[in-house]
Design a protein around this ligand. Structure first.
Ligand code: RM4
Ligand code: MN
Length: 388
């Protein structure tokens, strides 16, 4: 098998964007349990994200959600992030909370609603010019609840026109990233339900329009690594929203429910050239922490991605190719499983220390005074959550 020392250069390239909203109170349609120390504004969210990077070396950027993370001065937010050793990353648009969007946004029948949604995306592009962000990520709640409610074909055409108008405003160093989701909040049909629809829509736009794959946005049993393979093959995999899913879009800690699935996904990412600084595939988390503490929840998440990346990098491709060529089904499967079954934690701990990082970032966080400090300091104001 490949040895750990052969994969450290690749591991050192790992960068995972953290979602600003993971640090706020959210995570369920039911009771959201508030916690002490939760950020009251985007500056405090960025400070918390910077802690995750300081202890893991894995999370150099923070993704923002607009309007949740609107500030008067984005240049100041950018400086604040840079002072703390992180960058501002992907800008996520939000057309799912305004009253006007009850029946849709970019795919809405009414041109005035579509105009409002398009203008919101133009505002996001302006913000990106200030934050230095490359990616505008679009996830739409658009869809219908009842058969016959609206004409699906017309909506698809409106969506294409709206996206074309947004894409025309995207700078040459920016990208439009379209995310799909099988259902929710619309329960009968979603206007971008699957990778094929996302692919069709972004292909009509141009080279700088790509697809975001959120691991929670598929039906149970979907072979997600197949989709990864196909989108990479087609040159259209732009980013990941990583999270774990048991039943629906649970937004839990990535790799929690099914570490093997995460391994399989990462194996295809690496196989398809989607890994590394020049790959053009952004790794992000899209998660919420309702019952666990948020900063350690994010630390656990990036460590899970790192651990499964290491295991996937250990796959002995020569042995795998040979077994596949010979049609030796069990040998090929064994090569794959040998890598998955390797406990890389001791090697990762030593390697982190050799780079000046804590061997165990979870423990280092628990032993630091950061949580106690923010719990004590962040009193008053209103805590960030779904909507702010
Ligand atoms: C959506 C989707 C988006 C995220 C929001 C919060 O389900 O996954 O990526 O921005 O949730
Ligand atoms: Mn997502």
């Amino acid at each position: 098998m490949t040895s750990f020392s052969e994969i450290t250069d690749a591991l050192a390239q790992q960068a995972i964007e953290l979602p600003s909203w993971a640090f706020g109170n959210s995570g369920t349609r039911f009771r959201v349990f508030p916690q002490p120390g939760v950020p009251r504004d985007p500056f405090e969210k960025v400070a918390d994200a910077a802690q995750v990077h300081r202890l893991t070396g894995l999370a150099p950027a923070v993704a923002l959600h607009i309007p949740w993370d609107e500030v008067d001065d984005f240049a100041a937010l950018r400086r604040h992030a840079e002072d703390l050793g992180v960058a501002l990353g992907t800008i996520n648009s939000n057309t799912f909370q305004d009253e006007a969007y009850k029946l849709g946004s970019l795919a809405h029948r009414d041109p005035a609603v579509r105009r409002q949604a398009i203008d919101h995306h133009r505002r996001c592009l302006d913000i990106m010019r200030e934050t230095g962000s490359r990616d505008l990520k679009i996830w739409l709640a658009d869809g219908t609840n009842y058969p016959g409610q609206d004409d699906m074909r017309t909506r698809q055409d409106h969506l294409a026109d709206s996206l074309a108008e947004i894409y025309a405003a995207v700078d040459t160093d920016q990208r439009l990233v379209l995310e799909y989701k099988i259902f929710e909040p619309a329960f009968y049909h979603t206007d971008v339900p699957d990778w094929g629809t996302a692919y069709a829509q972004v292909s009509a736009l141009g080279d700088r329009a790509v697809v975001c794959l959120d691991t929670g946005h598929h039906a149970p049993g979907t072979n997600i690594e197949f989709i990864v393979m196909q989108l990479l093959r087609l040159g259209k995999l732009g980013s990941f929203d990583f999270n774990s899913r048991f039943y629906a879009d649970d937004d839990l800690i990535v790799g929690a429910a099914d570490p093997f699935q995460l391994f399989r996904i990462l194996a295809e990412v690496i196989r398809g050239g989607g890994y590394g600084v020049d790959s053009g595939v952004a790794f992000m988390l899209d998660q919420c922490h309702n019952i666990e503490r948020k900063i350690p929840g994010q630390i656990r998440s990036v460590l899970n991605v790192q651990e499964m990346t290491a295991r996937a990098l250990l796959i002995d491709h020569e042995a795998l190719d040979a077994a596949q060529r010979e049609g030796d089904v069990l040998a090929a499967h064994a090569v794959y499983m040998d890598a998955f079954s390797t406990d890389v934690r001791p090697d990762l701990a030593r390697w982190r220390e050799s780079r000046g990082l804590p061997a165990d970032p979870m423990r280092a966080y628990a032993e630091s005074d950061y949580q106690a400090r923010i719990d004590a300091e962040r009193v008053g104001g209103s805590q960030a959550g779904w909507g702010a």
